[in-house]
Design a protein around this ligand. Structure first.
Ligand SMILES: [Zn+2]
Length: 149
């Protein structure tokens, strides 16, 4: 399964110093497809928005030496299609596990593999601690509004 490929594609627009940066090669079709996939995972677009990205995709059956039927997908945008297939498999096998980071200033996505299914940050070390620290700072400030340092 192409989970890592899917995550890498979704996470190809990290925010660096407050600016959304592009890390994909200059391939307009791939970037546009990635943007749609990001919007679908965020819930900003319905999953059917992915349909146009599947244009030109074909699947060919073959029978292996062991007698197994396998389908090989041929696609103009191979990486994009593999990511969409992985997304589809995830939605079926582990619905809701793939989600955007809870830090709204962060453009990354995470795949929650925890038993409790309550992971919220792409990384505890970056977004998790940053937001906790900010909340703590705001809480301390609102508790003692007259105090200044
Ligand atoms: Zn994050």
């Amino acid at each position: 399964m192409d989970e890592e490929l899917l995550l890498a594609l979704l996470n190809s627009t990290p925010v660096v110093d407050g600016v959304r940066t592009e890390t994909l090669e200059p391939d307009a079709e791939l970037r546009a497809g990635r943007d749609i996939l990001q919007a679908v995972v965020r819930g900003d677009l319905p999953p059917s928005a992915l349909t146009p990205l599947l244009a030109g995709v074909t699947s060919h059956p073959s029978i292996s030496e062991e007698g197994r039927l396998t389908w090989t997908i041929h696609a103009p945008q191979d990486r994009l299609i593999r990511a969409i297939v992985a997304w589809d498999e995830l939605e079926r096998s582990r619905p809701g596990r793939l989600r955007a980071c809870a830090n709204h200033e962060c453009a990354l996505f995470l795949l929650d593999r925890s038993k409790s299914n309550n992971a919220r940050w792409c990384s505890m070390a970056t977004c998790g601690n940053k937001l906790k620290a900010r909340r703590h700072y705001q809480r301390t400030r609102s508790e003692s509004p007259a105090e200044s340092t």
